[in-house]
Design a protein around this ligand. Structure first.
Ligand code: TXA
Ligand code: MG
Length: 340
């Protein structure tokens, strides 16, 4: 199939939004920008459209999708149970990088939720994402628009790299501002449970959900026989093809360590770059989590261009959105972590 490039440059934006709405209403699949990462969207009401997403991404059938809305009244068809705590979360975090898991309403086909009786919902803040939802008049099921297992896409170029020829269209929007996916919280458990850290931080969540618990899979590898609350967390994910190892320790220790390693690539912080003798990429300011969150996935995608034996990534602070970055990196490294 030929993948249409839908431009947002001056004069094209309106027709591109209209075209994507048309494709979505005909059960097609379109990659759209959001503030977190690009999503691969389909009508959340259409089983056959949703199946196309799983096929294009090579996504395991047991990994459920997030449904994206632009207005609260769209929830009526999506969930039968919009509780008080869900309302408070919506007030505090929507629109934005926050996803809540609620009881699934009957209009949402089982395949969206991989057979679960729950459904994950998010209201993005990105203007283009919202315009596409509005123009289509549909809630949109959308996972990240990458081949399953690869780093998530934060630019239209990343999407085309993975999915050109496999999807109907891509909106050629700007690079994503947040750079890591949304925070996922289950409100179907008591107490509510953080399933995936993301753009909304634990510190912010606790102001609205004081009794929030953090699922063990957020920071450690689930045992192979363990039932995980968020199926996405059990898969190897975000990984470069090259062997990748996470390295924890202060800057001085990291620099000494990496300078003894030949045939390697350092993914380091900006202020370490000059002192490193191997091949290297900097991924942001170590004291400013937003900077390295934004760069994370594009840096992981570049790692394979260096043709080295091992990539050693300097582990970030777990403060703020740093926790989400750490959560992605331990998976990118298949849980291989050296503590200096
Ligand atoms: O920021 C985001 O969330 C992006 C953009 C496109 O909105 N989307 C995204 O989707 O990251 P995806 O499919 O790559 O990740 C969805 C995560 C997976 O870990 C999945 O297991 C979890 O959400 N999830 C979805 N529905 C769930 C449910 N009903 N119960 C528990 N976990 C669920
Ligand atoms: Mg994903």
């Amino acid at each position: 199939m030929k993948t249409e490039r839908l431009s947002l440059s001056q004069g094209f934006s309106e027709s591109s939004i209209k075209r994507s709405a048309e494709i979505l209403n005909n059960d097609g699949i379109v990659a759209i920008p959001t503030e977190t990462v690009y999503g691969l969207a389909a009508s959340a009401y259409s089983q056959s459209a949703v199946e196309k997403i799983f096929l294009a991404k090579g996504r395991p059938q047991d990994n459920p999708l997030i449904v994206h809305i632009s207005r609260l009244d769209m929830l009526e068809d999506i969930t039968s149970d919009f509780s008080d705590i869900a309302k408070r979360c919506a007030d505090a975090f929507w629109p934005g990088p926050f996803t809540m898991v609620l009881k699934r309403g009957e209009r949402i086909p089982k395949s969206v939720s991989a057979g679960l009786d729950t459904v994950a919902v998010r209201m993005p803040s990105d203007n283009i994402a919202r315009q596409v939802i509005e123009a289509s008049g549909l809630p949109l099921a959308a996972p990240s628009a990458n081949i399953s297992g690869a780093p998530s896409p934060t630019s239209a170029a990343h999407v085309l790299n993975d999915l050109d020829g496999k999807i109907d269209a891509v909106i050629m929007g700007n690079d994503c501002g947040v750079g890591v996916e949304s925070t996922v919280v289950s409100l179907c458990t008591n107490p509510p449970r953080l399933l995936r850290p993301g753009g909304v931080t634990v510190e912010q969540l606790k102001e609205v959900i004081p009794n929030l618990v953090i699922d063990p899979a957020v920071l450690a590898q689930p045992k192979s026989d363990e039932k995980v609350a968020s199926p996405g967390m059990k898969y190897k994910h975000y990984a470069p093809k090259t062997e990748t190892v996470l390295v924890s320790g202060d800057s001085e220790a990291y620099i000494s360590f990496i300078n003894t390693k030949s045939d390697s690539l350092a993914i380091c912080f900006d202020d370490e770059y000059e002192s490193i003798k191997t091949q290297k990429i900097a991924y942001g300011d170590k004291n400013n989590e937003e900077t390295f969150a934004k760069n994370l996935f594009s840096v992981l995608r570049k790692a394979d261009d260096y043709n080295v034996k091992t990539v050693y990534i300097h582990s970030p602070s777990k403060q703020g959105v740093g926790l989400a970055v750490y959560n992605r990196l331990i998976r990118a490294a298949s849980f291989k972590e050296i503590i200096l």
